[in-house]
Design a protein around this ligand. Structure first.
Ligand code: MUC
Ligand code: MG
Length: 369
């Protein structure tokens, strides 16, 4: 079962509406797919997503692809996918950083190894604890009335009752009022959280978090830039509302520092940030050991990438803040034959072999750059 080839592809898939973040408005989302084939012709597939080129973080789709093709692939050819843990340990000694690239490669190895054994991937990750997970939605149309209408529709359809608002762009004080209006409108039928995506300075954060806490916001994600761990610690100490580290919480070493400094009291997990599924489990363990709450984060992956995240999240004990694996619902189309199921405010964990998603090669060709 030796690895014969590794291929990577960049795809751009349109979204159902503009999705406005602090640094970028998504109208089509870039994903990187990896296909690893063994000598018997069996394939393992995985996906990783990025947001807004280089504006969200260092992991751009172009860099992910070129680093996989140039520096990672030579270390995979001739190896056995079943040795995914050893392959990734060895790879970390010869390829530094490149968390997104390593994450998608490791996931494709795990998909192949699990398919060879005819098992769901979560069986290779410790086994499933959850059959479904709570599913947040991001209200990010940029318009209060549209956001309220969207929230009402999803409450009615029993699709989401956790709403995250992206409030890093524009006037912070107006944005706080936008949040408070939405909280007043949904009342106690839903939880409302906010994500600032690093956009505030500490003085602005101090002023705005006071108003958000008073108004009933249930969590504040990454209010300050990633470098300002001391500022995050001061906000965490001062306010009762949970403060979550997202962009700051990448490697196990970052997360260890965050827990040690109490620079937040919860962590948004994302396999791409941590460098893979095995690293995600380590990050979750550090957070759990420190008494931090967990959130199952997304970089807005399509069906395949969402199934990858869902697979590892299903093996982690507790998500105080639920998950936000809504990516497929924001895409206009999908690149898998299988679809994910969303029922009663939750995402159902797929149970097929590997990540449970068969790739649609015509769609891959259609959306490929
Ligand atoms: C982020 O920072 O959390 C997740 C949901 C969403 O709307 O954007 C992403 C990125
Ligand atoms: Mg975030």
């Amino acid at each position: 079962m030796k690895i014969r080839s590794v291929n990577s592809f960049i795809l751009d898939i349109p979204t159902i509406r503009p999705h406005q973040l602090a640094m970028h408005t998504i109208t089509k989302q870039a994903i990187v797919l990896v296909c690893i084939q063994n000598e018997e012709g069996q394939e393992g597939w995985a996906e990783v997503a990025t947001i807004g080129g280089a504006s969200y973080g260092e992991g751009t789709p172009e860099a992910i692809k070129v680093n996989i093709d140039t520096y990672i692939t030579p270390h995979l050819i001739g190896k056995n996918a079943n040795d995914y843990a050893k392959i990734m340990t060895d790879l970390n000694k010869v390829v530094r950083g490149n968390y997104f690239a390593k994450s998608v490669v490791e996931s494709a190895l795990i998909d192949l190894a699990a398919k060879e054994k005819q098992l769901p991937a979560y069986e290779l990750l410790g086994g499933k604890i959850h059959s479904s997970l709570p599913l947040a939605w991001t209200l990010a149309s940029g318009d209060t009335a549209k956001d309220i209408a969207e929230a009402e529709r999803f409450l009615e359809e029993k699709r989401h009752r956790i709403f995250k608002l992206k409030i890093g762009k524009g006037d912070p004080y107006k944005n706080v009022n936008h949040v408070l209006e939405i909280i007043r409108s949904v009342g106690d039928r839903a939880r409302v959280t906010v994500d600032i995506n690093q956009a505030w300075d500490e003085t602005t954060a101090d002023y705005c978090i006071a108003a958000l806490q008073e108004g009933g916001v249930s969590m504040v994600e990454q209010p300050l830039p990633t470098w300002n761990l001391e500022g995050m610690a001061r906000l965490t100490e001062k306010y009762a509302v949970p403060i979550m580290a997202d962009e700051a919480a990448n490697s196990i070493h970052d997360v260890f520092q965050i827990t040690k400094l109490r620079a937040g009291n919860s962590i948004a997990l994302k396999p791409c940030k941590h460098g893979g599924l095995l690293e995600t489990k380590k990050v979750a363990a550090i957070a759990e050991g420190a008494g931090f709450g967990l959130y199952g984060g997304t970089m807005i992956e399509s069906t395949l990438g969402t199934a990858v995240c869902a697979s590892v999240y299903s093996t982690i004990g507790e998500f105080t803040f639920g998950t936000e694996l809504f990516g497929p619902l924001l895409f206009k189309d999908r690149i898998t034959v299988d679809n994910l199921r969303f029922e009663n405010f939750e995402l159902i964990i797929p149970d097929g072999p590997g990540f449970g998603m068969e790739i649609d090669k015509d769609k891959v060709e259609f959306y490929q750059r």
